[in-house]
Structures are given as C-alpha cells and as structure tokens.
Design a protein around this ligand. Structure first.
Ligand code: NDP
Length: 421
C-alpha cells in the first residue's frame, strides 16, 4: 500500500518498525533513519533474517536537527508518511520538513526544547507558565501552531500516538462515543509492575523520563490547571493482574489536549506508579545536580549532567531480556449516559516477557511502538484523514481500537471499576 520513513531507531522505534514489517499488507516499504545508521542496519538485518515480512527495508543516515538534511532525505525516499520516533527535541524540525515536502507527519510525544536555558524559548515559556498555570517544559502550543500551515498544504499531522499519550486518548474518544453522553472526570493510570533487577534504570529514554518525573505535577479542574509539587499527591491502587501499587500524580501531555477536546470535562488527572527505590535514587540524583539539563564545565569541556547520566544508566533497549511482570495502563471515566450516572475503566495489560519473545523488547517500548504503527497505519490507509494538525482523540476511535486488539494490545472495559479518591 505505501511507504513509511521512520526517524529514530531506539527502543520505541525498534518495536514500531517490527510491527510495520509484520503489517506488510499496509507497509510495502520502510526506511529507517537516524544518526547512527549501523543501528538501523542491525534492525533491517534482524527483520530480514527472520524472513517473515514482505516489506522492503532500507536505511539512511540523518541528523533530524537539520531541516535541510531531512528535506533531502524525504525527497530521496518519497514516503507517504513520516513517523517521528526520535526525541521530542526534533518534533518541529521534522514537522517543518514534512511541510516543505507535502508529506503526512506522525509522532508519539509533544515538543520539548533540548536547551531549556535558551533565552528565546525561555521568554515564551515563562509567559505560558503565567497564562496557563503549569510549568512543564513541554506543551502542545508549538505544534498546534502548525494547524493553518498543514491545513493549507492539505496534509495531516497526528500528534501523540504512543500509549500515553495515544491509546489513553483513543480510549477516551471510545468511551465518549459508546458509553457516555457526558464525561465528568478522567483518571489516567499508568502502572508498570515490571522488575528489571537493577537498583535504578528507566524504561524509556532516561533524559526524557527523568525530566518528566522530577517536574511539578498538575491536573485540570473546572477549566484551569492546578499545579502540585513533584510527587506531592500519592494514591494506592489495586491493578488487575499486577496488584497493589503506589502511584503519584504527574503532569502529562494528554491532559492538555483532552481538556480541549472533551466537552464539559470537569477534572483530568494522570497517575504513574513508582517504587520507593526508584524515587530515592531519583531524589538523590536530583539533589546532587545530575538531573540538570544545562551545560556545566568539566575538565575544560562542557557536559550536560543528565546526558552524562544517560551514558551511565542501562540502555532501556537492553532491559528486555531481564524484565518480568506486567504493565496495566488505562483510564477511569465517570459521567452520565441517558441521564444516569455511570463509571467505567478501559485498560490494557501487557506482559514484559511476552513482548520480549515477540520483538525482543520490554513492554514499555512495546506499548508505545505498537500504537505508533497503528496511528501511522490509520493515515496510510486513509481511515483517519483530514488536513491540519490533530490529536488522536479527534478521530473515529473504532478502527484504532480494533487494531489494538489485532496487533498485540487487547483492551478490557470494566463497567464497575474501583475509583481513585
Ligand atoms: P531512544 O533514546 O531509545 O531513541 C531515540 C532515537 O532517536 C535513537 O534511535 C536516536 O538515534 C534517534 N535520534 C535522537 N536524536 C536524533 C537526531 N538529532 N537525528 C536523528 N535521530 C535522532 O528513545 P525511545 O525510543 O525511548 O523514545 C522515542 C520517543 O518515544 C521519544 O520521543 C519519547 O518521548 C517517546 N515516548 C512516548 C511514549 C508514549 O506513550 N507516548 C512512551 C515512551 C516514549 P541516534 O542517536 O543514532 O540518532
């Protein structure tokens, strides 16, 4: 059917690319590109050696910080869709290149600048903190600003098709379509019950993960943001197939788009589970300055502490063989249908070892990579279409929900869930 150009070949991309190769009726050709082309070549060899896919796979070298390099690559590969699975830092350059070439764009995380000390960015950020009331470094304003340009160019940008954001927002559209006339509250619960046996490691890119977790929390209530100190709000929840876990309220990007796209919603919160060991390590690293994102001088050269830390920590892609246990990620909705109060929970349970057997990755990469493939498929097949910039909850959820069941992330609707106080 068509050709996808995937930028990035890290933990998430490796799953998404293997799922595209499994889905060879849709993805005739896959080009994998990043700065380290040897990684892309290794994945190509792995898929070809398995001999199960009819997709043609090619690789290329690109620095996605350069719009010119991206344009040259897109012009030579001629993809139908570009799937951005590099880092949030590259979202805008890749969106610019897609716009210049008239090609659809898909990603899994919203824009965040690499250098949060950049004065030009900082001025806009500080104004936003005051106006909107949350201090996260990432927000949708930068990418939503492309709406008119993408509309005029007649191309589609789909923002945030991982699990959260991504599946959690599609669950919300599905709940609204089939279960509610009005959704009042949304609690997104992200539980990783997996154990990798290390005292400390992150399940996806450490820099992005630690920036997110060490930041202030926030939630949406009655039309505005309420901000909390990092990890200030803690709850316990008994997750199906995982058990009782501590979870903490975080700021998370889909709260921003759901607040805009779910009419009349009164409260949206996001909770993620963390063990005590993870939190103690993180606090210590933060206290000694290892989470700093600005350059410091060390022995005559500049280093960014969080990037140095990344070099010391286990590569998330290497956790696959050692991680056991399950993830349980989903959403609890309260609201009304036909004048009656109703509560439901929609969730997926994913087993780390099953994922490893199938694609050689742990469940965090799997639960992000599969929806990245599905979102790209929605655009490639025309099941989701429209000119402009969209979040996933703005489309018909049904074909995406069907694809989740088919491609490895089956979901459950619980019509009598335990609520979070
Ligand atoms: P990794 O760090 O494992 O991989 C990042 C990839 O991007 C690498 O292959 C790297 O390759 C490539 N890359 C980085 N910089 C550039 C550049 N300048 N030019 C070209 N390629 C580049 O990250 P993950 O796979 O863990 O995460 C990928 C994305 O998925 C992130 O944006 C993350 O935020 C998002 N994510 C989303 C989730 C969701 O549920 N929505 C959950 C988890 C992650 P190289 O260095 O060789 O260039």
């Amino acid at each position: 059917m068509g050709k996808v150009l995937v930028i990035g070949c890290g933990g998430v991309a490796q799953v998404a690319i293997q799922k595209c190769a499994q889905n060879d009726a849709v993805f005739d050709e896959i080009c994998i590109a990043s700065r380290t082309v040897s990684k892309c070549d290794d994945l190509k060899k792995k898929i070809e050696a398995e001999g199960k896919s009819r997709s043609k796979i090619t690789t290329a070298k690109v620095n996605a910080d350069s719009v010119d390099e991206l344009i040259a690559l897109i012009k030579s590969v001629k993809p139908d869709v570009v799937l951005n699975l590099a880092l949030p830092y590259q979202d805008l350059t890749i969106m610019d290149a897609c716009l210049a070439c008239g090609v659809h764009y898909v990603d899994s995380a919203n824009y965040e600048p690499e250098d949060t000390e950049d004065p030009k960015w900082r001025a806009i950020y500080e104004k936003r903190c005051k106006e909107l009331g949350f201090t996260a470094y990432f927000d949708y304003s930068w990418q939503w600003a492309y709406q008119k340009k993408y509309k005029n160019a007649g191309i589609t940008a789909i923002l945030g098709t991982g699990f959260d954001p991504g599946v959690t927002s599609v669950f919300t559209a599905y709940a609204l379509k089939h279960y509610f006339d009005q959704i009042d509250t949304i609690d997104i619960l992200d539980c990783n019950g997996g154990d990798h046996g290390y005292p400390f490691a992150t399940n996806f890119n450490p820099e992005i993960n630690l920036r997110e977790v060490s930041a202030n929390g926030s939630y949406w209530e009655n039309g505005h943001w309420v901000e909390t100190k990092p990890m200030e709000i803690k709850r316990e929840y008994n997750f199906e197939q995982v058990g009782m876990k501590d979870m903490y309220l975080l700021h998370h990007e889909e709260i921003e788009s759901l607040a805009k796209n779910v009419p009349g919603v009164k409260r949206i919160r996001f909770f993620m589970t963390f063990g005590q060991s993870y939190l103690t390590h993180m606090k210590c690293l933060e206290n000694v300055g290892m989470l700093r994102t600005d350059p410091v001088m060390f022995e005559g050269r500049e280093i960014v502490p969080i990037q140095f830390l990344k070099a010391l920590l286990p590569d998330p892609a290497s956790l696959g063989p050692r991680t056991v246990g399950k993830t349980n990620i989903g959403c609890i909705y309260t609201g009304t249908k036909d004048g009656k109060k109703r509560n439901i929970k929609i969730y997926n349970v994913c087993d780390h070892q099953e994922c490893y057997k199938e694609v050689g990755s742990q469940a965090i990469s799997y639960t992000t990579g599969v929806p990245a493939m599905i979102g790209t498929m929605m655009v490639m097949t025309g099941q989701w279409k429209g000119a402009g910039v969209f979040n996933v909850e703005e489309f018909d959820p049904d074909p995406y929900m069907e694809a989740l069941n088919k491609w490895g992330l089956p979901w459950v609707v619980d019509e009598n869930p335990v609520l979070v106080d």
